[in-house]
Write a protein that binds this ligand. Sequence first.
Ligand code: ATP
Ligand code: MG
Length: 328
Amino acid sequence: MALDVTSSALALEGLGPTITVGEILVEIMATTIGKGFLEAQPLIGPFPSGAPAIFIDQVAKLGAKAGIIASVGNDDFGQLNVERLRADGADVSAIAVSQEYPTGSAFVRYAADGSRDFVYNIARSAAGKIKLTEAAKALIGRAGHLHVMGSALSIPAVWPIIEYALHTVKQRRGTVSLDPNMRKELAAGEETGRQFAALIAAADLLLPSGEELFVARPAASESEAVGKLLASGVAEIVVKRGQHGSALYTKNGHIERPAFTVEEVDPTGAGDCFGATYLTCRRLGHSAEKALDYANAAGARNVTRLGPMEGTSTFEELDQFIAATKRK
Ligand code: ATP
Ligand code: MG
């Protein structure tokens, strides 16, 4: 089906920065393949991390306005993150520094089948103490788009901030996107489920991967789930398919774009870079095809680097990558 590829439901860049809310973490990785952390083993890190932070770093690297509402500890892990985000061009004015709690962390180990085991310290770290500060209100008050990372919903203190941001951004005629991005370790309670439902109802863009589409809308097939979501008012649904690329569904049609052929070194962060790049391209007025290609490139380039935020890309880097890399 032909697709109107230029117009997007997403608020243009001129309305104000893309903002997100949630966890800033350091990631510390096992250097050996296996299950879990039940014995002493070599580790590498700390790397700047946290899905909302990776996302916003990628938006900033593309030269678009980007800001994050978050909380870190008064420690090296916090400083490492804030300085990275600042250096890459993100607005760090709404990152609070807790004097009481340490920066959050995630220990990750890859298993032979490609799955990942995590040990998180989020809810009881500075990340869990996030607040709607005056600086956060100021950032929200000038935002053009709110992106919500599902992982952030595992922090109860995030809920009222997102509610406030959603209301404020919509009043400004801004738009909202949701990446369900929920890991098994971040238990989804009943209230988290309600938050998801409210966000899906408000979302202009949904960015699910794999089974997340069916969590968003139980259905027998992808097309049935997508059809229900489009009918309920979500304007753009972008499905991430890992090494099989990605697809866009709108009321006007459906397009698939292939992935790039790369050697995967570290898959963490691909989805965040992908989502940030798709959204930013659309907010800059690029066509859907171009946005998907750039997003596939951003995801693929990210998996070639060790560390979740080490492979975020500028447009120049993406252009070079696209020119030099085969598609599947
Ligand atoms: P995350 O683990 O960060 O949550 P995700 O499940 O949200 O990831 P993926 O589908 O794994 O998202 O990756 C997002 C995009 O990145 C894919 O649609 C694809 O374009 C690209 N990508 C990811 N992994 C690969 C790979 N091994 N080879 C090529 N491209 C990849
Ligand atoms: Mg994901």
